[in-house]
Design a protein around this ligand. Structure first.
Ligand SMILES: [Ca+2]
Ligand SMILES: [Ca+2]
Ligand SMILES: [Ca+2]
Ligand SMILES: [Ca+2]
Length: 390
């Protein structure tokens, strides 16, 4: 410091030597920072715009890039610039425009729709008739409204689901709901059947409206094998005697026929047996009953000996499965009760006075053709034969 020469002091200051003091520091009151002004105006999905301004509070030493971002960017609003480059020569406020976007473009974003999926897990690929299997259903993302899922198992009558309707909402969407898929049981050999599970979504949530629910294919396995069931051992050869002997067996079908099945019985050689009924008809009501067939020997008079008789059955039906089935032939031994022989009966007595006696002859069994009987006397010197046809 030094005294101003214009000073009028006369007490010595004019000639005073300048004094020095050091160590002062000027404190800067300009701090670096970004200034953002209040937003002017309002945005809407109709495209109305708002503005605000951005600048640096202090002059930068070199270029500064200010990035503009919004939590709603790419969804609800658009900014006029994604970034501003500020230079030392122009770091004042600059205007940024904000434009409101309509909702629709946002919903078309793939990531949104892809995340709105119906999840079906664990559905069985095969189910036997009469069995069931479960699967689970839930949603992949929180829906904005209730989602009703109607489940259909096709073709109808072969399988069914329970429950057939699931309801998901913004609270329970994540929880797996269990559905039972049951295969119907019938008694017909109807083969395996292809089944399809389909899902129909009803909701006000546009993403779930537009999603494609999965389709699940499965197979219902038939558990019937059609056959003609006959009791007893077809390989054995039981005896049936002529005098009132009979044998029985039962016939049934292992599956319900789609049309009556008739079995027409025949025996070979013919005439040894009668079969009752001669034609057995099995229908949708009696197919699995014990339908009895009786084989009875015909009692003839011929000494025809024991005879092996084959019982056959011809199967006819409009049911193609049974029309191709064969009745297994059975064999019986028809036991004869006739013995060939003569029965001679004498009437009267002979004498030298001329009395005559008669002898009648009959066969003990029916001959298959004429039988000539020769009568021979052991002593022709004492008697003679006069033939008679009585
Ligand atoms: Ca069955
Ligand atoms: Ca079946
Ligand atoms: Ca007899
Ligand atoms: Ca006989």
């Amino acid at each position: 410091m030094s005294v101003d020469p214009a000073s009028a002091d006369t007490t010595g200051y004019k000639n005073l030597q300048p004094a020095v003091i050091s160590g002062f520091t000027n404190t800067d009151n300009d701090s670096a920072g970004v200034t953002v002004t209040a937003v002017q105006g309002g945005i809407s999905e109709n495209g109305n715009q708002a503005v605000f301004s951005v600048g640096l509070r202090t002059e930068p030493a070199s270029d500064v890039t200010v990035t503009l971002a919004s939590a709603q960017l790419n969804s609800e609003i658009a900014l006029s610039a994604a970034a501003l480059t500020v230079t030392p020569s122009s770091y004042g406020l600059r205007q940024v425009t904000v434009t409101g976007l309509p909702d629709q473009p946002v919903r078309l974003i793939n990531t949104d729709r892809d995340s709105a999926q119906l999840i079906v897990a664990g559905a069985p690929g095969e189910i036997a008739e009469g069995d069931s299997g479960s699967f689970t259903v839930n949603l992949s993302s929180r829906p904005s409204a209730e989602v009703r899922v109607q489940i259909t198992a096709a073709p109808a009558g072969k399988s069914s689901v329970s429950p057939g309707l699931l309801i998901f909402n913004p609270e329970n969407w994540q929880g797996e709901q269990t559905v039972l898929l049951s295969a119907a049981d019938n008694a017909v050999q109807d083969g395996n059947t292809a089944g399809t599970l389909s899902f129909t979504l009803t909701t006000a949530d546009i993403n779930y409206q537009e999603t494609s629910p999965p389709v699940h294919n499965y197979t219902v396995l038939d558990n019937e094998t059609a056959s003609i069931a006959v009791s007893g051992d077809a390989g054995s050869v039981p005896d049936i005697r002529e005098d009132g002997g009979s044998a029985e067996f039962t016939v049934g079908l292992t599956t319900q026929p789609t049309a009556p099945v008739s079995i027409t019985f025949s025996t070979s050689p013919a005439g040894k047996f009668t079969v009752t009924p001669a034609v057995l008809t099995l229908n949708q009501l009696n197919y699995n009953a014990l339908n009895t067939v009786t084989v009875t020997a015909v009692d003839n008079e011929a000494a025809d000996g024991d005879v092996r008789v084959t019982l056959s059955g011809a199967v006819t039906s409009a049911d193609a499965v049974y029309a191709s089935k064969v009745f297994a032939a059975r064999t019986y031994n028809r036991a004869d009760n006739d013995v060939a022989g003569f029965t001679l009966t004498r009437t009267g007595a002979i004498s030298e006075a001329g009395d005559s006696a008669s002898v009648s002859v009959r066969l003990n069994s029916q001959p298959s053709s004429d039988v000539r009987v020769n009568a021979v006397l052991s002593n022709t010197a004492e008697a003679a034969i006069v033939p008679s046809t009585d």
